[in-house]
Design a binder for this molecule. Sequence first.
Ligand code: CUA
Length: 315
Amino acid sequence: MNWLRSIIMPEIQGWQHARDVDDLFMFILYVSIILYAIIAIGVGYFVWKYRRRRENEVTPDFSHNTMLEIVWTVIPTIPILVMFFWGFSTYMHARVAPADALEIKVVARKWGWDFTYPNGMTFGQEMHVPAGRPVKLLMISQDVIHDFYVPDFRIKQDVVPNRYSTIWFEAEGPGEHVVFCAEYCGLDHSNMLAKLVVDTEDQYQQWLERKAEEVMNMPLPELGKLLYVSKGCNSCHSVDGSRIQGPSFLGIWGQTHRFTDGTSAVVDEDYVRESVLQPAAKIVTGYEPVMPSFQGLLREREIQALAEYIKSLQP
Ligand code: CUA
């Protein structure tokens, strides 16, 4: 019945857990098909066999059959117990990461993923892991409920605010996989994707070093553009002049902003810095004070980079 399997689950990739999940799924499917066939054929046969033949025909009086009842209770119970124990052990295996697993921290937000590596660096939207090493994800959401889902690896775990959740996997060889968000989380839920790249151990180490170097040496406006996406500024501030939750960044540099308390200020380095660290200090007229503070989350160079990026956005 491999043809059936190839239709339902075309690819088995990644790691042993994916094969365990697929094997269990196929076992449940086959048992269901067999039980369905027995029941459907039995129903059809008895409908035909005990059909009413004559007017006034009555069912003969009969009692139960203990042997038959024991048999039809015990036999189906066995595959169901197999499903339970098989499923439970597969589930436990997916839950409990080996102690030596590489830990990557995942922050979910509307609408993207940030991955923080053991070297402390955070890069968004593309996750790199080494092949042949268990990887444990420590995940939390900074807003609503999301769900980290890698169909190729058969792993899926809710990512919730105020509480860490974990999942782990071990990719067997290099390849690319897609991370989906599997919990409806608002407007851009369907675009909340990330790429999961499995490298060899050497490629992974090189990638980490290259990324860290890139970020260190990046020109400020480019770094600002990167942070604009990776820190999630883009979910509330557009760069094309359109209005979202917050004011657009387009062409605001050097302009005067008016605030809800009647004061005003020119958009310059100090204003951007204050807005990032103490967003509630000045609220632009017509907007709500909904922005979280980035105090402690950005280095001075990164704040400068954001200011330079905003400065570069001219209509
Ligand atoms: Cu995040 Cu759907």
